[in-house]
Design a protein around this ligand. Structure first.
Ligand SMILES: [Zn+2]
Length: 328
C-alpha cells in the first residue's frame, strides 16, 4: 500500500509522486524549498562578492541554518539536492573558512606594512590597536563546523604572535600601547593544553629558523665590515633570546610586579617557544601566589610536554595538588 514519506498518510487510492510524497505534502515541501533555495542563492552570491569578513561569516551561518532546516526531509528519505545536505553544509563552511583565512592574511600583512611606514609613535599605536581588534574578531568569524577550523585557528594564533613580536621588536611603541597587550593585568591562557603545546612547538621551530638566518647574516656582515648593520642584527638575535626575556621577568618579579612578570614568563614560553625549565617553574610559583589554580594547572600540564625525565615526578605531584585545590 502506498504511504507518503512525509505525512505518513496511506491508502489504496493515494497517488504519490516520484519522491514518494502525496500531492499535499509535495506542493508544500516544494514551496518551502523554492523559497529557501532562493534565500540560499542570494546569500551565496553575497558571500562570493563580499570583502567584509563579518558579512561572509554571518551569511555563511545563515546559509547553513537554511540547509539545517531542510535536513528533516532528508532524514525522512526525501532527496532535497542531488548531493547530501551534510556534504553541502561542509562545502559551504570550508569555503567560507578558507576565504576568511585569506582575508586574515591580507589584513595582517597590509596593516603590518602600513605600521612600518608610519612615522609617529601615536599613529603606530593606534594602527596597531586597530589591527589587534580586527585579528581578535576573526576568532568569531571562523566556523567550527569546517574541517579546516583547527588550521584556521592555529594560523590565527600564529598571526597574533607575529603581531605581538612586531609590536615589540620593530620599535618600542608597545610600551605606550598598553591595550595592544592582550594579557594586560590579569593572567589568562585562552587555549586548551593541547592547542598551546602545538603552538609552542611551532613557535620553537620558527624561532630556531629565524635565529639561524640571523646568525648567518651576522657572519656575513662581519666579513663585509658593516658594523652598524651588524649591531642591528645582534639586537634582533638578543630579542629572540629566551634567557634575556627570562632575566627581565625575573627583575619584575623582584620588584613585586608579579602579574606582569607572570605574563612575561608566559610570553617567553608561548611566543618565543622557550624551553628554559626555570621559566616554567617561576611561572608556576607566581600563579600559585596569584591564586590562579586553573591557570597554574594548565601551565603544569603544558610543561609536562617539554619536561626532562628528572623533574617529571615533581610536576606530576604538583598537578595532583592543584587538582585537589580546585575540587574544594
Ligand atoms: Zn503527505
Amino acid at each position: 500500500m502506498a504511504q507518503c514519506k512525509w505525512c505518513g498518510k496511506s491508502g489504496i487510492f493515494l497517488i504519490l509522486n516520484k519522491s514518494g510524497l502525496c500531492s499535499i505534502c509535495s506542493s508544500q515541501i516544494i514551496a518551502e524549498f523554492e523559497q529557501k533555495h532562493r534565500l540560499f542563492l542570494e546569500s551565496n552570491s553575497i558571500v562570493e562578492k563580499s570583502k567584509n569578513p563579518s558579512i561572509i561569516a554571518s551569511r555563511t551561518e545563515f546559509m547553513i541554518s537554511i540547509l539545517d532546516s531542510l535536513t528533516k526531509y532528508e532524514n525522512a528519505g526525501i532527496e532535497i539536492y542531488n548531493i547530501p545536505l551534510k556534504k553541502l553544509i561542509l562545502d559551504c563552511v570550508n569555503d567560507s573558512n578558507l576565504k576568511l583565512l585569506n582575508m586574515l592574511h591580507q589584513t595582517f600583512y597590509t596593516s603590518k606594512e602600513k605600521i612600518d611606514n608610519l612615522k609617529s609613535t601615536n599613529a603606530k599605536v593606534s594602527a596597531a590597536n586597530k589591527i589587534f581588534e580586527e585579528l581578535n574578531l576573526f576568532s568569531q568569524y571562523f566556523n567550527s563546523r569546517g574541517q579546516n577550523f583547527s588550521i584556521c585557528k592555529l594560523r590565527l594564533d600564529e598571526i597574533r604572535n607575529e603581531f605581538n613580536s612586531l609590536t615589540q621588536n620593530t620599535s618600542n611603541f608597545c610600551e605606550n600601547a598598553k591595550t595592544v597587550n592582550p594579557l594586560k593585568k590579569q593572567f589568562e591562557i585562552k587555549h586548551t593544553v593541547n592547542e598551546a603545546v602545538e603552538i609552542i612547538k611551532n613557535r620553537r621551530s620558527e624561532i630556531e629558523k629565524q635565529k639561524d638566518l640571523l646568525y648567518r647574516k651576522e657572519l656575513e656582515l662581519v666579513d663585509e665590515g658593516k658594523f652598524n648593520a651588524l649591531n642591528k642584527v645582534s639586537e634582533k638575535i638578543q630579542g629572540l633570546d629566551f634567557a634575556d626575556v627570562y632575566q627581565k621577568a625575573h627583575l619584575l618579579e623582584k620588584s613585586e610586579k608579579i602579574d606582569t612578570a607572570a605574563n612575561l614568563y608566559w610570553k617567553n614560553i608561548f611566543v618565543n617557544g622557550s624551553d628554559l625549565p626555570a621559566n616554567f617553574t617561576r611561572l608556576l610559583i607566581l600563579l600559585n601566589k596569584l591564586n590562579l589554580p586553573s591557570e597554574e594547572l594548565k601551565v603544569a600540564e603544558i610543561y609536562l610536554h617539554f619536561i626532562n625525565e628528572s623533574s617529571k615526578e615533581e610536576i606530576e605531584k604538583r598537578i595532583v595538588r592543584i587538582k585537589k585545590k580546585l575540587e574544594k
